[in-house]
Design a protein. Structure first.
Length: 429
């Protein structure tokens, strides 16, 4: 049986080349459902290892290298790629691991993608699918990273990109990318959730193809964060994988990837997933804390703009990922996020604020006894340091309202004199 689109709610299936985002029958979320029995005879660790030595443009992509697990019948000539993926899996310095509270900490840095965030992994598959269904225009609502990525990938294949931003809710470094890549940029007088509702309506009424993470092909690309990370570890499974939670696309994709890899025998067990939300944007955490009695929504407010989302589109898929992996959800304050970011930045790695929720979350879960200090933990950093330079400078200049920067690296001003410079050296000669 070929891969199909399958509704999570009613079970209805549709062919992959049908230009739909949600189920036409009931409005439910769609999965790209693969024939895992057929794939068992096709995929292997050796297949993926061999492609590392290839210069084929799809093999060089850290997404399309694993194409059998994403789109088994991919029309190669329609694939859009910028060589995305291939991001570093850092082993944290002891100082950073100690801060997090664990002895074995690795950081998978998705900020090293072409436009500076994990979104490129989903956009290479999403824009490819747009081409497959014959779209000429694509649209998204964005807090920044989605817009930058979609604008870039659309420009590569000469598609029109329409980007809708919530006014005042986006870091300038991200808006600048969307402008530079030539998108039609539209500010919406509302928050992200209202903006997403608008673009969903547009996608149903206008000739535009939706590329938010409601799009199941986006999540297929984002699965490769897990596949590549495990490949880099020699398929050795960590105890915990920790990820920030906003619209919950990554959380959902990670659960699906791990479930499929285990079913295919590429890994021998499932790690546990921890989803970290900001206190001011914590609908999944609230529902988890109540044992899923209510699906919460909130009016989101947090310094971590990439996860400032109050009604996550992929709520149901994220819950499924937690159930598959025995996962947990917690929340962290903006203070904890920015302090953790300062520690990650000072380790020479760097990330945007939302990414730092992972290390802040690990620290909290260790303190609460959920993650053991001797656990093997992988944290996913989702965006580059320069996505939000304003937050960096305000933290270190102690000018963020209601935050006390515990690790501020203050700027110094001196006269043009050697003795003034020498006085600043911590270990003068």
């Amino acid at each position: 049986m070929p891969s199909v689109l399958k509704c999570m709610d009613c079970g209805q299936t549709y062919p992959l080349d049908r230009p739909i985002i949600t189920c036409p029958a009931c409005g439910g979320l769609l999965d790209v459902a693969h024939d895992l029995d057929a794939l068992r005879g096709t995929v292997s660790r050796a297949l993926f290892e061999g492609r590392l030595a290839s210069w084929d443009r799809l093999d060089r992509s850290g997404v399309w290298r694993y194409r059998e697990l994403l789109y088994p019948d991919l029309p190669r000539d329609l694939a859009v790629t910028r060589g995305e993926g291939n991001t570093t899996l850092y082993t944290a310095q002891p100082r950073l691991a100690d801060y997090a509270g664990v002895r074995q900490l690795q950081l998978k840095h998705e900020g090293e993608n072409p436009t500076g965030s994990f979104k490129d992994r989903g956009m290479t598959t999403g824009v490819t699918q747009a081409r497959i269904v014959g779209a000429s225009s694509v649209i998204c609502a964005s807090t920044g990273n989605t817009s930058a990525s979609m604008a870039s990938y659309a420009a590569i294949c000469d598609m029109q990109a329409l980007v809708c931003f919530p006014v005042g809710y986006v870091a300038l470094g991200k808006v600048a990318q969307s402008v530079a890549y030539g998108a039609l940029n539209i500010q919406v007088e509302g928050d992200f959730d209202e903006t997403l509702a608008l673009v969903q309506e547009a996608a149903s009424e206008l000739p535009v193809y939706l590329l938010n993470s409601l799009n199941p092909f986006r999540l297929e690309g984002q699965k490769t964060i897990m596949i590549e990370m495990l490949h880099q570890r020699g398929w050795h499974v960590p105890d915990w994988i920790v990820v920030p939670g906003g619209n919950l696309g990554n959380s959902s994709a990670f659960g699906k990837a791990l479930h499929e890899l285990h079913a295919l025998g590429l890994i021998d067990r499932l790690p546990r997933l921890a989803i970290i939300q900001a206190e001011g944007a914590n609908p999944l955490y609230r529902s988890y804390a109540e044992n899923w009695q209510t699906r919460h929504t909130v009016r989101a407010e947090t310094i971590a703009t990439a996860i400032r989302i109050g009604s996550p589109a992929n709520f149901a898929k994220a819950r499924r990922a937690l159930e598959w992996t025995g996962g947990v959800v917690t929340e962290v304050s903006d203070q904890a996020i920015m302090d953790a970011k300062a520690r990650i930045d000072a380790a020479g790695i760097g990330c945007e604020p939302a990414s730092a929720a992972t290390v802040a979350g690990i620290r909290r879960l260790v303190d609460e006894g959920v993650i053991a200090p001797d656990a093997d933990v992988v944290a996913v950093l989702t965006g580059h340091l320069l996505k939000d330079p304003d937050a960096v400078l305000k933290y270190h200049s102690e000018s963020l309202p209601a935050l006390a920067p515990r690790y501020a690296n203050r700027m110094h001003t001196i006269p043009p004199a050697l003795d003034a410079l020498a006085a600043l050296l911590t270990d003068p000669l």
